[in-house]
Structures are given as structure tokens and as C-alpha cells.
Design a protein around this ligand. Sequence first.
Ligand code: ZN
Ligand code: ZN
Length: 452
Amino acid sequence: MTGSRFLLQTDGCNLLVDCGLFQGPKALRLKNRDSFPVPPSTIDKVLLTHAHIDHTGYIPKLCKDGFKGQIHSTHATAELCDILLRDSAYLQKEDADWANKKKFSRHKPAQPLYSAKDAIKALERFEPLHFGQNYFFNDNLRIKFKDSGHLLGSAFVEIKTTRDSRPRKILFTGDMGRASRPILNDPVQVYNVDYLVLESTYGNRLHETGNPLEQLTQVILESRERGGVLVIPAFSVGRTQTLLYVIRELEEQGKIPVMNVYVDSPMAVNATEVFERRIPDLDLDSRLAAIQGKKVFRPKRVAFCKERKQSKVINDVKSNAIIISASGMATGGRILHHLTRCLPDKKNTLLLIGYQAYGTRGRSILEGKLSVKIHGREVPINCTVANIDSFSGHADYEEILAWLMGFNRPPEKTFIVHGEASASASMAEKIRSQYGWDVVVPEEGASFDLDL
Ligand SMILES: [Zn+2]
Ligand SMILES: [Zn+2]
């Protein structure tokens, strides 16, 4: 889970698919301090499935440590990385500064993994490619990005070679999206896959079947009745725009009253602008709304807080408002200040949406802990905690099995990755028993000889 990275060595070319940062509990985060398993200078190209930090966040460090090649992704992913990698550097510096100020770091002084300058240098290595087009890296090696429906710009990375005039194909899913979700296209069906590298975040779980719009309506109306504020930890890129889109829709349909919506994140403004520029990459409903002249991601009374000063104004907001802030699993960022203020008051509502990784504050709160540690202090949880899981950008195991059912033939081997151990094992077992495919769950650092 997190820290997604795969090295594919083929035809004299070393391709790194995804270059993620480890996130979550400290033991995992400390892995970011290990030296990279292969010298970064020996990697020729990096290919990115999508912009999330668990797939891209190590890039500046990789470049800092000697990677000199190109980084290929879709255009939207490149634009989102421009925001996310700068933010990642900023968050690391902020955390290090805070740790140094409060002196609760074991490293003295605490050092960020990379700086904003490192991130900007890495961004210069991006050479974005279009969805659905073949790109030849050499006569015998071509790649294609196919919409995976997980985030704006997210793609399956398809790598194709020819062996004895037989085409051979490996497909990396990155994170698997879902059909019929707001904003995003459905994941593309793929064919003739020889090797499949499949994520398994929800390998042992199913999403609630509920309609996320109806559930959100209920949470918003109940929060208004309690008279407090509704706080929603959400990634600034992706989940925040989905929420803004849905809140605008609900307002327009008269299902919720128009209320103040604060988006407290230094990068949500920029991210929303990327989404507005990239509407052609989004689903039909979003494109239609744009054609009808709607501001797709702007509820009537939305305020974006870029500066700390604006953010502090929200501290005086005590009722009838929605506060959306990052990070989505409450591991860092401005949401922590809102949680410190809002969790202790029973009038308030905290809404968790999407996946909460093991070891995060979001997960602890979801599991019903009575208090949570923030900036070294225990904060009691007296507010109402709501959870809507159906906004998740990850396919659950049934949705994955349904997508696999569309394959015209079984892959020679399917690798189950990017999940907690129990989720990966469970996903593997389900594919074996349902379809009889050859499935493995690789250990971290394992390598395989492929006929590719
Ligand atoms: Zn993702
Ligand atoms: Zn991921």
C-alpha cells in the first residue's frame, strides 16, 4: 500500500512505472528515507498512471538522486503533478518546521525529503502524452495511456513489445476507477493482456450500494439541524472537485439550501482551475454542464482560502457552513486545525469520505476512537462522525471482477499489488476461484522473468 513503484526492464530500456511516496504510519513513511532499490541514474523513463502522491511523490527525490530521463504521463496528470509535487515539498517542509519548533522529531533537526526547488526541477522532466495514442520508445517498444476512471488524467499504462513477431502486452492499472461516478469516465475495457499488474485497495471489501448524492444530502441536512459546521477532510485534487460538483448539483436541484462552502487548501484553487481547463477529459455530464454555461465546480457561495489569513477567518464560522480541507485522511495540512477546533463540540459534524489508510487519523476516527492525537495533543471527539464510502475512487472487488470479466482471454500472469496484505490475498483468491487465472501476490522487492 502506497509507495507504488514497478521497474520494467525490456529491450534495453529501464522503465519505472509510478514513483510513489510511502504514506501512512511512521514505519511506512520511514521507508522514504531508504535509498532507492536501484540507482536512479540507471532508469531511462518514468511512466505515471496518475497524479496521486502515493504514485508520484518520490519523483523529486528520484531526480535529486540522479534520474536524468523523461517522465511521461497524460497532460492532465502532468498539470496535476505540477500542483501536487510542489505541495508535497511544502507539506514536508511544514511538518519538519513544526517538528523542529515543537522539538518532537527524533531526527535533529527534522529534514524534508526534498525541497520546492527539487520539485520544480523534477517538473521540467515531464513530457506529457495524449490518451489513447501509441508512442514508440523504440522499434519494438510502445506505450499507450487508457482512461482508468480514478482521477482526472488517470490512466492504465499499457506497454507493448513484439516477441518472434507475436505482440506482447503488460498492463499496469495504477488505481482502478469505477463506472458511473460523478465527473469521471468509466474505466476503459482492455483486451489481449499478457501480464496484468492490478491494484487491490478494496480487494476484500465492497462499497456501500447507496447513492452518494442522496447520502451527502442527508449528512448536510442533519448537520444543519445540529446547528454546527460540517467538516470534510478531502484531497485538494480530485475529491474536493467531486464534492464541489455534487454540492452545486444538489443546490441547483433544490435538495440542499445554498450555504457557505469554504475550501481551505492552498492548492485547491489551482487544482480546480486544472479541472476547469481539462473538462474535455471528464465525463459527458460534466461536459454538458460546461456547454450549458454552468460553473461546474462552483457552488453559489463557495470561498477558496489560499492564504493563511483567509483560512483563519473560518475559525469564526460556527454554524451552517461546509468546510472542505486537506489532507483527506487527516494526516497533515490545514484540516488538522479545523479538527482541533471542531471535534470537541457535539454540534459539529465530521464527514469522512473515501479510503482511510491504516495508521491515519482518519482511520482511527472511523474506528470509533474517543480522541485523536493532533500536533502532540489529545483532542476529544464529541462531534457526530459520518462516513460516506461511495465517493471512493477505487473499484471494489466486485467491480474489479466485473472489469476482468470483459477480458477476451486470461492474462498469462496477474500480479496483485497496491493493497494491504489481507486485501491483496483476498483479491488473488477471488480471481483464482472465479476465473482460474494464474495469480500471484508479489512480496515487496520481488522480481519476475516475463516473456515480454
Ligand atoms: Zn490514486
Ligand atoms: Zn494509489
